[in-house]
Ligand binder design. Structure first.
Ligand SMILES: Cc1cc2nc3c(=O)[nH]c(=O)nc-3n(C[C@H](O)[C@H](O)[C@H](O)COP(=O)(O)OP(=O)(O)OC[C@H]3O[C@@H](n4cnc5c(N)ncnc54)[C@H](O)[C@@H]3O)c2cc1C
Length: 385
């Protein structure tokens, strides 16, 4: 089967790229090895803080406006606490923004994007499908599937996550640092209203974040050493609620568990070259970061937007796999990705349990940032994209 572009991975990055190429001249194959996850009965415990820039992109591709409004939560304030007396507060009002971010369940965006591309005339969704062979030729890419099918295209896009098969098959370098931490996620109902505030505590046992959900609910991401993560996963519901409420200084009163906890390993992956002749990487395949800044998929969405922009701008007979064009995409993304990766990594290092002297420095840093409105507003503006 012949296509212009084959996208491997129909996660948020891959599906949003296909959606962004709607109406273009490209015939696209979007493949994924896993069938779409069924909609959960209640609330998805995996939620994302979607930045205003990423929200704008989802709106452009027609996904945002179809998300159920009652499942979206705007964040108006953010309260960050250090492990000493450090504190840093951001507010959308002070920064002249409508909101700092939107909290959205991962499954909700995923289903909307997949449904959208299913109806898209220029996309063939092949799922589940397992690729087993990649041949990069000068004039085309050949992708062999375990079903016996071979897909031929001018460009292959690896959107297949942090352990990217495409990246490995193409022999592209990736430097991975495992943090030895897991992100434990769970949803809770809380006693007191969260008032659309996102809370984050830099604690001796990791970074605890509470993100507001509709009503009196919150979603927790606790990035913590593996042993502690397993201990949390092993607690029964009342004990977990008690532990999480106490870790957050009982800020929202008593908690009750809404969805069982799950945990994800955390890593930093740097990929020095994200393009090659007839190949481009997007999303976690191109960069994985610690979730403490809540920017992983926001970067992935902006990759998709940048790559779609470059491809759409090509003249009618332009070769979409020509590396000279693909390098424009790589250049457009390099600075933001490097900046966020190193800032997030630096924060993780500064706040991990270590020397007590560092505790003074980091809490002083938070307080200084809080008392310098220009610096604080610059950080907010950056977070808003
Ligand atoms: C605990 C935690 C909390 C997070 N919170 C946030 C947050 O608040 N905000 C934020 O922006 N980011 C957050 N992130 C990061 C975010 O989850 C990732 O950046 C995002 O999921 C990456 O999307 P992706 O589409 O690039 O990759 P993935 O989500 O990994 O999707 C890859 C897709 O490729 C498919 N695939 C894999 N291998 C193959 C193969 N060989 N063949 C075919 N298909 C394949 C998979 O089935 C999958 O569908 C968080 C991460 C963690 C761990």
């Amino acid at each position: 089967m012949r296509f212009d572009i084959v996208i491997v991975g129909a996660g948020l990055a891959g599906a949003s790229l296909a959606a962004a190429l709607k109406g273009s001249r490209y015939r696209i194959a979007l493949i994924d090895s896993r069938p779409p996850a069924p909609a959960p009965d209640g609330w998805d415990s995996r939620v994302y803080a979607v930045s205003p820039a990423a929200q704008g992109f989802l709106q452009e591709v027609g996904a945002w406006q179809h998300l159920a409004a009652e499942r979206l939560t705007p964040v108006y304030d953010m309260a960050i606490r250090g492990d000493g007396d450090g504190l840093l507060d951001f507010s959308a009002y002070d920064s002249g923004a409508d909101q700092l971010a939107w909290i959205v369940e991962a499954g909700l965006i995923q289903r909307e994007l997949r449904e959208g591309v299913k109806r898209q005339g220029n996309v063939t969704l092949i799922c589940p499908a397992q690729p087993e062979r990649l041949e990069m030729r000068e004039d085309a890419v050949l992708l062999g599937l375990t079903s016996g099918q071979t897909l031929e295209a001018g460009l292959i896009v690896g959107a297949d996550g942090a352990d990217s098969w495409v990246r490995a098959q193409a022999g592209m370098q990736a430097d991975t640092l495992l943090y030895g931490e897991m992100g434990v996620v769970a949803n809770f109902e809380c006693e007191k209203p969260h008032r659309n505030t996102a809370f984050q505590w830099f604690r001796a046992d990791g970074v605890l974040a509470w993100l507001p959900l509709p009503g009196n609910r919150i979603s927790m991401v606790w990035s913590t050493p593996e042993t502690h993560a397993h201990e949390l996963l092993g607690l029964d519901a009342p004990k977990l609620c008690g532990r999480v409420a106490k870790a957050g200084n009982d800020r929202l009163g008593a908690l009750s568990l809404q969805a069982p906890p799950a945990a994800f390993p955390l890593r930093l992956t740097r990929v020095p070259r994200i393009v090659a002749p007839r190949l481009a990487l997007i999303g976690d395949a191109a960069h994985a970061i610690h979730p403490l800044s809540g920017h992983g998929i926001n970067l992935g969405f902006l990759d998709a937007r940048a790559l779609a922009g470059v491809l759409q701008a090509l003249p009618e007979f332009g070769d979409c796999g020509d590396e000279r064009h693909l390098r424009r995409y790589a250049r457009a993304r390099a600075e933001e990705v490097a900046l966020l990766q190193w800032t997030t990594h630096g924060l993780q290092r500064l706040f991990r349990p270590s020397h007590p002297a560092l505790s003074l420095v980091r809490n002083l840093g938070l307080n200084l940032t809080d008392s310098l409105p220009v610096l604080r507003n610059m950080l907010v503006r950056y977070a808003l994209g």
